[in-house]
Design a protein around this ligand. Structure first.
Ligand code: SF4
Length: 228
C-alpha cells in the first residue's frame, strides 16, 4: 500500500473533531478535485510502499487509541482490509475517510464519506482526460448505499458556493433514512481568509436544514501545513 505519511495530530474535521489520532495517508486517488488539499496524494502522488505489518508497527509507536485511514483514496488499496482488521483487534478506533466511489469490505468504527459535487472537477480545457474521468466516477450511488448500510457514518460535503446546497439536497434524496445530524457541510478553503466568509453563510444554512456545520479546525489550529 502506497503511503504518503503517517503522523499523530488532532482530528480537525467532523464528529470526532478534537480527538488525538494517528493518520495514515494513502497516496493515490481515482478523482482529481480542483480544490484538493492533499495534491501530494492525487495530482502528484508521492510516498513509499508499506506492508501492512510495517504500518501497524509504526502506529504502535504512538500511544493513541484513534486511527484515521485517509488519503488520497484509501479504498484503492485492498490492504486496507487486513490493516483495519489488525488495528481493531488491538482495540483501536478506526475511521476510514473516503470519497465514496469505491467499495471494500473494510471494518471500521466510523465511515467518513466525502462525496464530490458537480463543481469539484478539474478544468475541462486544461485537464480533459481527468475532467471526463472525474465526472464519470465521482457519484456512485450503489457504493454510497452500501457504505451507509454497513457502517456508522458521517457524510461530509465540501461547499464552495451557495448554489451547491440544492445539489446536496438532490444527493440526499437518493438515499433513505439518512440522519440530518450526520450530514456535515464544510466550507471550501485552505486559509482562514477563504474559510471565514463561506462559514458566515454556510452555518445558518446548516441550522435551517438540520445538518451539522463542520469548520476545518486544523486550519485554525495549524494553518495549511502538511502532517497536521
Ligand atoms: S477525492 Fe480527496 S484526495 Fe482525491 S482529489 Fe478529491 S480531495 Fe483530493
Amino acid at each position: 500500500m502506497k503511503v504518503a505519511e503517517i503522523y499523530k495530530s488532532v482530528q480537525g474535521e467532523g464528529l470526532l473533531t478534537g480527538t488525538p489520532s494517528v493518520f495514515v495517508r494513502a497516496s493515490g486517488c481515482n478523482l482529481r478535485c480542483w480544490f484538493c488539499d492533499t495534491p501530494f496524494t492525487s495530482w502528484q502522488p508521492e510516498g513509499t510502499d508499506y506492508a501492512v505489518d510495517e504500518i501497524v508497527a509504526e502506529i504502535e509507536e504512538w500511544d493513541c487509541q484513534h486511527v484515521v485511514l485517509t488519503g488520497g483514496e484509501p479504498m484503492l488499496f485492498a490492504e486496507l482490509i487486513p490493516l483495519a482488521e489488525s488495528l481493531r483487534a488491538s482495540g483501536r478506533h478506526i475511521t476510514v475517510e473516503t470519497a465514496g466511489t469505491l467499495f471494500l469490505p473494510v471494518e471500521c468504527d466510523l465511515m467518513s464519506i466525502s462525496p464530490k459535487l458537480s463543481s469539484s472537477g478539474p478544468d475541462a480545457e486544461q485537464f480533459p482526460h481527468w475532467h471526463r474521468r472525474h465526472e464519470r466516477q465521482r457519484f456512485q450511488p450503489e457504493v454510497i448505499a452500501q457504505l451507509l448500510e454497513q457502517h456508522d457514518y458521517q457524510l461530509k460535503f465540501v461547499i464552495d458556493h451557495a448554489g451547491e446546497i440544492e445539489e446536496v439536497e438532490e444527493f440526499l434524496s437518493h438515499f433513505s433514512g439518512i440522519q440530518g445530524d450526520r450530514v456535515l457541510l464544510m466550507p471550501q478553503g485552505t486559509t482562514l481568509e477563504e474559510l471565514q466568509p463561506r462559514s458566515a453563510w454556510l452555518e445558518p444554512i446548516c441550522i435551517e436544514h438540520g445538518w451539522t456545520f463542520c469548520p476545518r479546525k486544523q486550519i485554525e489550529w495549524f494553518g495549511p501545513v502538511r502532517g497536521t
